[in-house]
Design a protein around this ligand. Structure first.
Ligand code: ACO
Length: 387
């Protein structure tokens, strides 16, 4: 699969050798500096930066579709409170077609007529689901979204407000959250996005396809890596180690001992998102007055690995997950919710990729071939004769 261009796409350009990432032609560092999550989501999905009117209309559609049907709360309440947030999220997303049957008919032509609304519902409600999951697990009442709040502020409100006291996000917090989500908006044919395309190619509707992507994202080598990084940094901290033991274990090549947040299936150079998020980490923690010992451990570990021949020769550099967890922790988001945050960020990429599949008049169902390495033909042996 790694040697195959699995599709034609106009969404994201990624040059792993040179550490280049562009959405619709725009470099990620320019988007990170000048754009925000909602605008970048529009760009990724529709192919152009929005005009002021398009930006306003898109924002309005997101605001109008943030609230979740009360019945859907019952789906969530059917889960044990200690269930995996990603399992809850994929279940809620896969239930969306039941609540929006007219937008999710499993017929490309019909579904594309309602695409704008379905896309807005997906982006906006995935965010609401994540806040609901957090509050359900903590035994807190759900907070309704507020239409007047911008996307990230609204999320922080749904996460952290109390019925008797509004949480008002500091501008730095909302800005940092925008950055984290924006940096995850799309990333070419990664495991979960390819899954969305694969499922979508069977004419499955947008919500069902995204829900499959959420399942793919849950694995520790993909969306779960940010949690694994935090566990690793925490263990180094608890053991009072300087990271030497983890680096040595990672170099041993034994299974389960990789240096988490390092290496990438495509980048053979710095992940450009890691550079941006690494710098933002310093800025955000400074502004919030947080002194997180895990940040200095991460920096030392990065420096040690970048000088080590094992990592140099294999072109292993920090990826986006190496620092994203530290920022999210500073924003008050607990570790078990990190991968769901990734899902909020990646929703535009899933939607844009599904749209390409659904609107391709020459599209066919995805059906890769394999290299068969099993037995050649054998004759059936009755059970009595088997030893
Ligand atoms: N620590 C130690 N060794 C590593 C690491 C690592 N993090 N990553 C790769 N290697 C080694 C491999 O074992 C291999 O060694 P070998 O040549 O001696 O056999 C060599 O480096 C080359 O590996 P790749 O082919 O580059 O790795 P692959 O494409 O199979 O895997 C992956 C990529 C899964 C991301 C891997 O680097 C990894 O497990 N990293 C840690 C988990 C992680 O951070 N994942 C997040 C990815 S980004 C994202 O999903 C948003």
């Amino acid at each position: 699969y790694g040697n195959t261009g699995s599709c034609d796409s106009k969404i994201t350009y990624l040059d792993g050798d040179n550490g280049i990432l562009r959405h619709r032609g725009y470099p990620i560092d320019q988007l990170a500096r000048y754009s925000d999550f909602v605008e970048t989501a529009y760009l990724v999905i529709y192919g152009e930066l929005p005009t002021p009117t398009q930006r306003k209309d898109f924002g309005l559609l997101l605001r109008k579709n943030a609230a979740v049907e009360t019945q859907m709360q019952k789906i969530l309440e059917g889960f044990p409170t200690n269930a995996s947030p990603m399992a809850m999220l994929s279940a809620l997303v896969s239930a969306l077609p039941a609540y929006h049957a007219d937008l999710a008919t499993n017929n490309f032509e019909k579904d594309m007529k309602h695409f704008d609304l379905a896309a807005a519902i997906a982006i906006s409600k995935i965010r609401t689901f994540v806040a609901m999951i957090y509050r359900y697990q903590k035994g807190l009442p759900f907070m309704f979204p507020k239409q007047e709040l911008p996307f990230c502020d609204n999320f922080l409100h749904m996460m952290f407000s109390e019925p008797y006291k509004d949480y008002i996000a500091m501008p730095e917090v909302a800005k940092a959250l925008n950055l984290v989500l924006l940096l995850h908006a799309d990333h070419e044919q990664n495991c979960s996005t390819s899954t969305v395309r694969m499922v979508g190619s069977s004419a499955a509707n947008l919500f069902t396809s995204i829900s499959a992507g959420v399942c793919a994202l849950s694995g520790p080598l993909h969306g779960g890596a940010n949690v694994a990084v935090m566990h690793m940094l925490q263990s180094i901290h608890d053991e009072g180690d300087d990271g030497t033991r983890f680096i040595a274990a990672a170099k041993s090549g034994t299974k389960g001992n990789r240096l988490m947040g390092f290496g990438h299936a495509v980048y053979r150079n710095f992940d450009p998102r890691a550079k941006i998020i690494g710098e933002a980490c310093d800025e955000v923690l400074n502004k919030l007055g947080i002194d997180d010992p895990l940040l200095s451990i991460a920096k030392n570990l990065e420096q040690a690995a970048l000088k080590d021949d094992y990592f140099i020769s294999r072109k292993l550099y920090p990826n986006v997950d190496f620092y994203s967890g530290i920022i999210m922790r500073a924003l008050g988001i607990p570790m078990n919710m990190f991968t769901t945050m990734f899902a909020i960020g990646r929703a535009p990429g899933y939607i844009a990729n599904w749209r390409e599949v659904a609107s391709n008049p020459k599209g066919r169902i995805y059906r890769p071939r394999q290299i068969y390495v099993g037995h050649t033909k054998r004759d059936y042996v009755s059970i009595a004769k088997r030893t």
